[in-house]
Write a protein that binds this ligand. Sequence first.
Ligand SMILES: C[S@@+](CC[C@H](N)C(=O)[O-])C[C@H]1O[C@@H](n2cnc3c(N)ncnc32)[C@H](O)[C@@H]1O
Length: 296
Amino acid sequence: MGFEILKHVPVLVEEVMSFLRCEPGRTYVDATLGGGGHASEILQRTAPDGVAIGMEWDEDALSEARKVLMPFGDRVKIFRENFIRLPDLMKAESADGILLDLGLSSMQLDKEGRGFSFRGDSPLDMRMDQRTAQTAADLVNRFSSEELEYIISHYGEERWARRIAKAIVQEREREPIRTTQALRKVVYRAIPKRFHSRRIDPATRTFQALRIKVNEELENLRKILDTGWKILRRGGRMCVISFHSLEDRMVKETFRTLEKEGEMRILTKKPVTPSEEERKRNPRSRSAKLRCAERI
Ligand SMILES: C[S@@+](CC[C@H](N)C(=O)[O-])C[C@H]1O[C@@H](n2cnc3c(N)ncnc32)[C@H](O)[C@@H]1O
C-alpha cells in the first residue's frame, strides 16, 4: 500500500534569502536543488536577470526541480552532479552566493522503493544518487561487525551500536537482510525493550547512520567546504543548513579556520534555527541549523 508523498517544504527561507542578499544581475549556486524550493525563491528575488546554478544528484528530485523551475527559462542552469564537482563546473566563473541545504528532501524520505524510511517495506537501498554502486543492503550484508558498530555509533550516535551490529551479523548468517522491515526488526530485537523510546522509532538512528555512510555525506561536505568558498566573489556568501551535529560541527570549524586565515568572515556567531512558528508549521525543520560566512 502506498502513502502520500509530501512536497518538500524549504526551511529557513527568509533567513537564507536575507543572508544571500539576492539582487538582480547576480549569480547564485544552489548546490542541493531538491524540489527547487530555495532556488525558485532565489530566482524570484533576482528577476529579471539573476542566474541560478543548480546541482542535484538524485534523478527523482531533479525532475521535480526541473518542473518547478521551468518558468524561469534560461536563468537557471541545472546539473546532475555531486556538489563536490562545483569548482570544476564553474571553471573561471564566480558566484555571489552558495547555498547548501544538506540531507534528504521529504520526497526522498516518503517515496516508496528508495529505502530511506521504515514506513512501508522497501528494498534496503538508500542511495541518493542512483548511479552509485553501493546500497545499504550491500553494506549491511558485507561489512564486519566492527565496521557496522563504528558506523552506527559514530554517524547515528546510537548507544546500542555494538548490540545492533552483532544482531545484524547474526541475522545475515541465517538470511541476507534485504528490506527496510527486515533491518528494522533486527534493530528492535537488539535494543532492550525498556529502552525503546516512544518519541522516536528505535530504528531511526541506525537508518540515519547507514544513509550517511551509503552517500558519503560527511566526506562530501568536507570536500565542498574546503573548496566551494573559492568560487565566491569578494563579499559573496556561503550558507549551509545542516541537520546533524557532526555536519554542523564541521561547518562551524571550517568557517572558524577560514576566518583565522583571513579568507572568510563569519556572519552567524551562533547557528540560526527555525522560529517557533516554522517548527510548528513544518516539524521536519526542527533540527535545522544555518551558518553563513562571507568571502573577504
Ligand atoms: C534537504 S534537500 C534540499 C531541498 C531544497 N533546498 C528545496 O528547497 O527543495 C537536499 C537535497 O540535496 C541533495 N544532495 C545531497 N547531497 C548531495 C551531493 N553531494 N550532491 C548533489 N546533491 C546532493 C539530495 O539529493 C536532496 O535532494
